[in-house]
Write a protein that binds this ligand. Sequence first.
Ligand code: C2E
Ligand code: MG
Ligand code: MG
Length: 634
Amino acid sequence: MFAAAALIMVWCVIGHDLWVLGRSANTDLDQLGDWSVRADLRPRLLVLAFGLFLTFFVWRLVRLLQRAEHQAAARIALQRLIVDHASEAMMVTDRAQRILSINAAFTAITGYEPEDVLGKTPTRLSADHHGLSVHRNIWDFVAENACWEGEIWDRRKDGTIYPKQMRITAICEDGIQISHYVAVFSDISESKAQAQRLEYLAHHDPLTNLPNRLALDAHLQMVINSAVPGIDRMALLIIDLDNFKTVNDSLGHQSGDRLLGELARRMGGQIAGNQRLFRLGGDEFVIFIEQLPSEEAVIELSNRLIRVIGEPSEIDGHSLHMTPSIGISLYPEDGRDALALIRNADTAMYYAKASGRANYKFFAEPMNVAATKRLHLESELWRALADNQLVLHYQPQIDLLSGKVVGVEALVRWRHPTRGLIGPAEFIPVAEECGLILPLGHWVLLTACRQVKGWLDQGIDMGEMAVNISAHQFRQAEFAQSVRAILAETGLPASRLELEITESTIMHGVDEAIETMTELRGMGLRLAIDDFGTGYSSLAYLRRFPLDRLKIDRSFLADVDTDSDAASLLTSIVLLGRSLGLQLVAEGVENVAQAEFLRTLECERVQGFHFYQPVSAEEVVGYGGFGLFAALPA
Ligand code: C2E
Ligand code: MG
Ligand code: MG
């Protein structure tokens, strides 16, 4: 660089002198001999300065060029680095699709080294998964449209195939003709597997590994969409386990889960190729039968399900016996879409439950009419409570020896604005199902206590007030406290209150029941078992419970005057009850013969139409203190 600068300077000085000499020769040839002496120093210095400037200029130019060259090289190196370290594979081809360059990710994903692929066409390396024509079509598409993006299966060097997400772009260096293609792709096997896992989780129940409600909807939609109503027949079975909640409540959720897993496995063992088992949630399962040969096939399957579910299950040291209630809807008669089929099978399942459980029911249209009626009743009942349409009637209990009224039972009625007086048998079960029984039960208890306290305050002694308590009410954690609060609010002495509970109420969760009963009796009130004999408990079992009275169900009184077996059954119940130290009440005494028979058994208390019907509070006070067979109501 400096040599070039010196050379430029020397040439500048010599050039200048020659130019000066040239000019002098034209004017004065005498000066030729001593030009060096007479030549003026200033122009030389000027020339020297010009030379120096020129040198500097050239030097700067060269430096700039060098720097630009370095920067370009660094940029290329960086780009190479980026390409080589990119996680996406890259491949550049010429216009004839011969591979010119690949990056490290290409090798990592495909297993092909540069020497394997350079100069070859990508199509030749590709999988047979789609066939060569698909690959060719893609490249043809890019040639026409400049770009293609999508998912494609390809083959690695080791022969394995994998899915990849790829984008191919055509490059035109001159802006007119395609000169290169650039393909960028990534291996999506992992994300595809992940998506499949998520898809599986979204459509399956983790406890039983069975497809879930979402999967059922999708499956039904798919099958029904391609079905021909006149030709294809299908069936949908909803299988609900009876009393499964009791298992969860008494043995805990883990045992409940194990039982569900075991029963799901058994049900799965009963289905064939065109039948599928789903878990709707909780203890509800669905079996869907595509291409139903006949209704007999559904009946046969239902019977098998009832049998295998009914076999004992050994769970955590307990031998559990379950039963299912099965509702069946058929395509196309009971529904032409998933929603209708599920809804109608569900309605049929409720009928199966209502008609004794452990059985199956085919859907029938009247069931829907009844279901709608029930829904209507439910909404009306909520309003009834708010609008004070409920009233209490009272049925006296008589002491057989003295013939006096010794107590009354409060029985709720609904004074319906258009239908008149409705009995509890019609609406108490509805209230129990929809949760209304809790406010309703509270209202009954409060009203009954107020009533008997009001009588006492007026000097009217009607004996004890018996109030029916439903299972839901009794099992509330704060039930005993709410009774205590009502007694405190009304000021009624606890000894005047008797609570009637049924056997089934106390047979579920025996320890909790005993605890509540002990607390209630501790307050001083009485406890009676209602409808005794209709539940499953044995008299010996009842010994465990703190009880005062048994109310013998009226079914035991039915034929006592004509049937000796009935008479001896009633006799033994009375004797056993007495041996347990319990007081007895016979319900549903309808005639003199029954009353006489009870008198011979020395059953002290009776209640029944033979004596009094349930009547309003105003009416019942008129019966207080009447003699045994006197003044029977019409
Ligand atoms: P329950 O507690 O066994 O009440 C006795 C039922 O037998 C009453 O029917 C009564 O009218 C009827 N009965 C009484 N004597 C005779 C008779 O001689 N012959 C016949 N055939 N029946 C007689 P009701 O009032 O229709 O009540 C039916 C059931 O509804 C009650 O049976 C009770 O389980 C329930 N219930 C009534 N009121 C309430 C309530 O306030 N709360 C709850 N949870 N349940 C109630
Ligand atoms: Mg009762
Ligand atoms: Mg009863």
